[in-house]
Design a protein around this ligand. Structure first.
Ligand code: PLP
Length: 433
């Protein structure tokens, strides 16, 4: 067997070196589909190998086939950061390997989760008294919310905007619920006029849509939902983290009326994947939906079992990394990172707006810029492909009214103004070719 201390030191050294040099690697993996598979042994080893072999092949095989999400010029989808305190806490979580089935199985995992999620609630300025727990992803959080909504209302229809994330549609489909998509207005917000919620189990409002970071009119939607007896679930998976900055709380208007809310700490709160925060003002409805305690899990304690608030029984000790991140950054540290991202996005958007060959396609929100070069869809698609192939930066796209548009999302703590300037330079160079 290998030496845990020596291997651990080597792994940590590898991690530190990786973070130092990730900015020099090509952001987008420069491999073809199947290339790595062809280089991996088809069968497992008969005899155990030293851990050093794993580290060696991490460099030789795995790193070349990675798209580097920790790269400062990763601007695709929603860019993320696994911060150092979060990375170290993940090591400790695996070391402890708690399986928090219920309180007794890991009192610390249960109680720290309640406390850390409540700290996050306070940092984001959310209502007192909300119950929060951690799910793996926003897809699961929204699925859980839809299940609670169906249980609470006895109805089977989900209503969301045309720009809601596909996880809403997927959740409805998995549950056999009917999905109704509502058109959006010129600012890409869900339209409220003509909204019929009379048979709706759940209305899903989005704060920070995936394609455009647009913000649905949550207060008006909440009032409509309340009047119709529908459950309001708010998907703020990306933009919810911005509420750590008081000046961003304009987008929180009405969220206090929600029945449930999801914010992904692994998107823009510096916590490594995965850590999705799910709050509810109606915890009893969640418990009614998910509580099922077989004999072997019965204990004399009258204590919280967070497995009674969501689909999974065995739960990872995710709270440890959230706790580590919140402690090591503090409110001010988080604000500093997010404010800088928003400043950089505004700066970039300003350059786009000032150049007559380019245009902003959606109102500027948070740290996402949606834009395109004047020209055809094919020309814009070709720019994206060339830019990404350069290995210097990575952006993604979406479509608006049939138009192919580019997205530059800022969310990595290592991204600097120099990175944004370089990105703009590369885009203009590639567009000029
Ligand atoms: C607004 C929104 N909701 C939900 C999701 C899904 O998140 P997850 O990957 O955690 O399921 C995303 C992903 O980007 C998103 O942007």
């Amino acid at each position: 067997m290998s030496d845990f201390r020596a291997d651990g030191a080597a792994a940590l050294d590898w991690a530190a070196r990786y973070l130092e040099r990730v900015g020099d690697l090509p952001v987008l993996a420069q491999v073809e589909p199947g290339e790595l598979s062809a280089r991996l042994p088809a069968s497992p080893p008969q005899r155990g190998e030293p851990f050093a072999n794993v580290l060696r092949d991490l460099d030789a095989l795995i790193v070349p086939a990675l798209t580097h999400w920790q790269h400062p010029r990763f601007f695709a989808y929603f860019a993320v950061t696994a911060s150092e305190p979060g990375i170290l806490a993940e090591l400790l979580t695996a070391t402890l390997n708690s399986v928090a089935l219920h309180w007794r199985a890991s009192p610390a995992a249960t109680e720290l989760e309640l406390r850390a999620v409540d700290w996050a609630r306070q940092l984001l300025g959310l209502p007192d008294g909300w119950h929060g727990h951690i799910e793996d992803t926003a897809s699961t959080s929204t699925l859980a919310a839809l299940i609670a909504a169906r249980e609470a209302t006895g109805r089977n229809v989900v209503v969301c905007s045309e720009h809601a994330h596909s996880s809403v549609e997927k959740g409805a489909r998995m549950l056999g619920m009917e999905l109704r998509k509502v058109a959006s207005d010129e600012e890409l917000r869900m339209r409220v006029d003509g909204l019929d919620l009379s048979d709706a189990a759940a209305l899903v409002a989005t704060v920070g849509t995936t394609s455009f970071a647009s913000v649905d009119p949550v207060r008006e939607l909440a009032e409509r939902a309340q009047a119709a007896g529908a459950w309001l679930h708010v998907d703020a998976a990306y933009a919810g983290s911005s509420w750590v900055c008081e000046e961003q709380r304009w987008s929180q208007d009405g969220v206090e009326l929600a029945d449930s809310l999801v914010v992904n700490a692994h998107k823009w709160l510096l916590t490594p994947m995965d850590c999705s925060l799910l709050w509810t003002s109606r915890p009893e409805e969640f418990r009614r939906s998910f509580s099922l305690v077989p004999e072997y899990l019965r204990t004399p304690e009258d204590a919280f079992a967070l497995s009674e608030y969501g689909p999974a029984l065995g739960r990872r000790f995710r709270a440890l990394k959230l706790w580590a991140v919140l402690r090591c950054y503090g409110r001010e540290g988080l604000q500093q990172v997010l404010r800088e991202h928003i400043r950089l996005a505004d700066l970039f958007a300003g350059w786009v707006a000032a150049d007559p060959r380019w245009e902003l396609v959606a109102p500027q929100r948070f740290s996402l810029v949606v834009f395109r070069r004047n020209g055809t869809n094919e020309e814009n698609e070709a720019i994206l492909e060339r830019v990404n192939r350069s290995g210097e930066m990575f952006i993604s796209h979406t479509r608006l009214d049939g138009r192919y548009v580019l997205r530059l999302a800022i969310g990595n703590a290592r991204t600097s103004e120099a990175d944004i300037r370089r990105a703009w330079e590369i885009l203009r160079e590639e567009a000029g070719r």
